[in-house]
Design a protein around this ligand. Structure first.
Ligand code: AMP
Length: 446
């Protein structure tokens, strides 16, 4: 299996640190408001990646952090008069509910920043002791000049960044030094006690404190949206490699493309967002998952209702096909060429940097080939087994909702019409209906 890593800008053969174990970390949300479908895009992508790794037999430990202390949460708290901790608790709960509705249920541990303050303080202290960080008037900073490799993930250099700054921050030695600890600014904000006085952690340090605690200084895969490459992930590498002296902190850096609206990233600040909750009032979660996975995780997606409708129709084709394979008895053995080809293409595509759109295309090829063939029961059972695996990997249920009740209604109608035909002695027609239904596998017993 080959996976593209932002660090090397190449597809690399996937090799894990510990045999078949995979330690996977994905940046979680800042919980100050409801998640939008752009967040949904990123988390569905990583859920599918986790599912595929599970399917391939890896023992994956998937952690997502929850940023439950941050400027945005404090701002919301000041605006609303609700304590920051209550805001964070409320939106964390709603976020997890949203994820369950999207069938994103592969995260093994949600790790809150505020549950890891001891680990954060400990990591900052070690950075100070090793000479990488310093205390100033308003906090503790990482001294960027002490880590010459800063910029290796995003391909930027320090000089390039410095030229863009106009207002100098007197608390920093270099304007690109970033905060590890922020000292208390006002009375109405949450603080924790530390060797540098009351305060709260910077954003970047929570992730490395959490991953070091659970995974150690080096692990397999780190994910997040494209916008996190700089400065967030760059800062993570800087902190962790400085404190441990080990490199690389992570070999496989995976970044999802944005979900855009009319070419612009969906975001709270641009006010062009649709919350996951609102979307799910009108659309099935399966439809949105299918829509997301029809594009490669690294590519942008332009969101529109039209393209969502298109996905709905395409998914319905798979569901209808799959439903015909239910209630068929046989053994899971088939020599069917089209099935072999489709399976091969599906798994080769997934092994090629999780190419879900290509993998999905192989399912449609199987559907059109199957229509041209006379399928035996064994073929049907074998296709069903394959589609069950696909359904697990994509996290999409292929059974048609309400199929039983809608088909019951339809049968009632057909039987009623046939009964009426018999009552007016139209036996030719009523027998034809009986025979045609028999060909479809249904028996009418008068
Ligand atoms: P945030 O809470 O804003 O830090 O975002 C949480 C995760 O969602 C990050 O990995 C972001 O990169 C990702 N994300 C935010 N907006 C979008 C978007 N429009 N498209 C894809 N991913 C996004």
């Amino acid at each position: 299996m080959d996976i593209y890593s932002t660090l090397t800008r190449n597809k690399e053969e996937f090799k894990t640190i510990n045999k078949n174990r995979v330690n996977l970390f994905v940046c979680g949300p800042t919980v100050y408001d409801d998640a939008h479908i752009g967040h949904g895009r990123t988390y569905i992508s990583f859920d599918t990646i986790k599912r595929y790794l599970d399917y391939k037999g890896y023992a994956v430990f998937y952690i997502q952090n929850i940023t439950d202390i941050d400027d945005k949460i404090i701002k919301r708290s000041k605006e609303s008069g609700i304590p920051a901790a209550d805001i964070a608790k409320k939106f964390e709960k709603r976020y997890i509910e949203d994820m369950h509705k999207l069938n994103v249920n592969s995260v093994n541990l949600f790790a809150r920043a505020t549950d890891h303050i001891d680990e954060i303080i400990d990591q900052i202290q070690r950075l100070i002791d090793k000479g990488f960080a310093y205390e100033s008037e308003d906090g503790v900073y990482f001294e960027i000049d002490k880590f010459p490799e800063f910029g290796k993930l995003s391909n930027r250099n320090i000089e390039e960044l410095e030229s863009h700054r106009n207002i100098a921050d007197v608390n920093k030695k270099n304007q690109n030094d970033f905060a590890l600890w922020k000292k208390r600014e006002g009375v109405d904000e949450p603080v924790w006690n530390s060797p540098w006085g009351d305060g709260r952690p910077g954003w970047h340090i929570e992730d490395t404190a959490i991953t070091e605690y659970y995974f150690g200084p080096q692990y397999d895969v780190h994910g997040g949206g494209l916008d996190l490459i700089f400065p967030h992930h760059e800062a993570e590498i800087t902190q962790m490699e400085a404190v441990s002296g080990k490199s690389p902190m992570v070999k496989f850096w995976l970044h999802t493309g944005f979900l855009n609206v009319s070419g612009e990233k969906m975001s709270k600040s641009l006010n062009n967002f649709i919350t996951i909750r609102d979307l799910l009032e009108n659309y099935e979660a399966d439809t949105f998952r299918f829509f997301v996975l029809s594009t490669h995780y690294r590519s942008p997606i332009d969101f529109s209702k039209d393209s969502l409708h298109q996905s709905e129709k395409s998914l319905e084709k798979i569901k209808k096909f799959y439903t015909q394979l239910l209630d068929v008895d046989g053994v899971c053995e088939s020599e069917m060429e089209a099935l072999k080809i489709s399976k091969k293409e599906f798994f080769e595509s997934m092994d090629d940097d999780f190419n879900t759109p290509k993998a999905i295309a192989s399912i449609f090829e199987l559907i059109s080939s199957s229509k041209k063939e006379d399928l035996s029961n064994n073929d049907k059972v074998a296709i069903r087994k394959f589609l069950d695996d696909v359904s697990y990997i994509l996290g999409i249920d292929f059974t048609l909702k309400d199929v039983e009740s809608s088909s019951c209604d339809l049968f009632d109608l057909i039987l009623k019409v046939r009964g009426e035909l018999r009552s007016i002695k139209q036996y030719d027609l009523s027998d034809k209906i009986r025979d045609d239904l028999q060909k479809l596998g249904y028996e009418i017993n008068d």
